[in-house]
Write a protein that binds this ligand. Sequence first.
Ligand code: ATP
Length: 225
Amino acid sequence: MNEPALITARGLRKSFGPTEALRGVDLDVRRGEVLAVMGPSGSGKSTLLHCLAGVLVPDSGTVEVAGRSVSGLGEAARSRLRLTEFGFVFQFGQLLPELTAADNVGLPLLLNGTPRARARTAAGAALARLGLQDAGEKHPTELSGGQAQRVAIARALITRPKVLFADEPTGSLDSLAAENVLTAMLDLVREDGTTVVLITHDPRTAAYADREVIVRDGRIGAVVA
Ligand SMILES: Nc1ncnc2c1ncn2[C@@H]1O[C@H](COP(=O)(O)OP(=O)(O)OP(=O)(O)O)[C@@H](O)[C@H]1O
């Protein structure tokens, strides 16, 4: 018998004013799967990711993660869920410039109530897993683009989230740096068994995923196994 999906979305619809960003999306994401979400600009990829991750509430339809409703929760409970169960990586501007790399990485643990010393030790270990053991005391402006994305990945994974939501995580990097950062990220998530929803425009990035879905006009247009 098939294992139930970790993420189950049914009938998702979301409009912004007159714009129908999602027009009835059904999607299952299996536990431990790396799913690439592709599709043209404006097709609804980020809106889908935000609905799956409890950042946005769909106008109708449901999202469940591990059998628990996400779409039915209030703002405070969704915020808590995002902090404890999910990790996020975006294309740009996600590190706090006034904090060192190590403090950026340890921040989710501090917000979870972890004591400062333990958060610092964990941040050092998380940076080391991404080959950044010497960068902990640097500030974001002192890091290359690829290093900054690795720091963001370390921060997203430090809570050992069930799901990593990544929106064009290597979209700001040149192709060599992008490939290095992507493979480093995927090595870690595969080691930890983390489920990944990865938005990308780049077919070479999508080729690293276990499966691809294509979003067109707010619907899932094609599934490539
Ligand atoms: N907060 C918002 N307010 C108004 N319109 C929005 C908002 N967010 C998204 N949209 C609109 O919804 C549609 C889908 O946007 P979305 O960002 O989900 O697409 P996308 O596929 O992720 O695009 P891109 O690849 O360019 O990031 C677009 O027409 C967009 O302009």
